[in-house]
Ligand binder design. Sequence first.
Ligand code: V47
Ligand code: SF4
Length: 388
Amino acid sequence: MTPSILTNPSVASHDAELARIAEKVNLQQRLTPEEGLYLFEHAPLGWVGALANQVRERMHGHKTYFNRNFHIEPTNVCVFSCKFCSYSRLYKNREEGWELSIDEMLDIVKKYDGQPVTEVHIVGGVHPKMDMYFFMELIRKIRAYRPDLHVKGFTAVELDYMFRKAKVTTEEGMRLMHEAGLQSLPGGGAEIFAPEVREQICADKVDGEGWLHIHKTAHQLGMHSNATMLYGHIETYAHRIDHMEKLRSLQDETGGFNTFIPLKFRNHDNEMSDVPETTLIEDMRMYAIARLYMDNFPHVKAYWPMLGRHNAQLSLSFGVNDIDGTIDDSTKIYSMAGSEEQNPSMTTEELVALIHQAGRVAVERDTLYKEVKVFERVAPSVSDVSLN
Ligand code: V47
Ligand code: SF4
């Protein structure tokens, strides 16, 4: 006779181990890599989601942060050839790409004159002619034109290339960029740190150690940064834990990370189109385990242009407390990679409504999570909870 779920000894032993892990989380004790792996391998979605939600509410209550920002993508021409990338045009095919001048980028900034945006997020391909001095001039001009705007820009991949090309050390390069007015770093380029994965998906760009060193250097200058993890392709659960463990250790040292952003691999129009995408269940488990494991990261973000707005809304019950920003329609990277968000822009009203529908309180923040405005939730009516 098949044992029932209640008497099956392997189910009972899993239950005991999961109960032990839940007890540790309740006592605010740190999970070990083995426990993190155990969650990926054995934790049911509802269970791990409820536990992550408990942690999320302990840290932030119902608050869900968003930011009024806009993106500048200086170029989609890139010297690198990451296999998962649907966005870049190789340098040798650059007639298919775009390259913005400093004046064209300043014109983008000027489009937001009089609008209450607090951040400009600058990220793009790695173009050999756009060097460190070009970007220092851009940053200086943006800061001079609009001093209230926080400049968050350049992944560790872009910075590593710029510094090597300018023949400066990471310390010197970061100091120069900081002095020019760069205030924070976005979290891109991290992918999966393990060399055996990087070799297969992004062999030619900065390695995991280099990525961590750049963020550590920024933190030592008093700058803050984010960290991403590209998941759901060829990596194993052990690779995800190794990645999160390295970030958690650096955060213990510097305290400079604001936000952890798991990025779901999208398989449209890139060299990894044969790799299937993860299910929504796996995405929610990823967010929940990230919230439980990254105990020293204040925030976990769902980047809605990639995940889709309704899935991002769901993630607010699985550990996520930040939903990025009111990005305008110049953000091309994810619509090119196959996200359902072909036009990734949402007004503040739409973003607030989305957060309220999920039963949370919407809080506009600046880059460093200073609260700009709280949008209290009113009791919902049926029309508030239907999708549009
Ligand atoms: O590093 C590229 C990812 C990242 C694909 O710090 C892909 O606030 C999925 O860094 N499927 C760049 N992901 C984006 C980024 C970012 C985004 C939002 C917020 C912040 C922040 C940073 O995009 C790359 C790479 O990991 N990416 N191609 C793809 N096919
Ligand atoms: Fe270039 Fe970034 Fe695309 Fe890699 S992910 S090819 S570094 S734009």
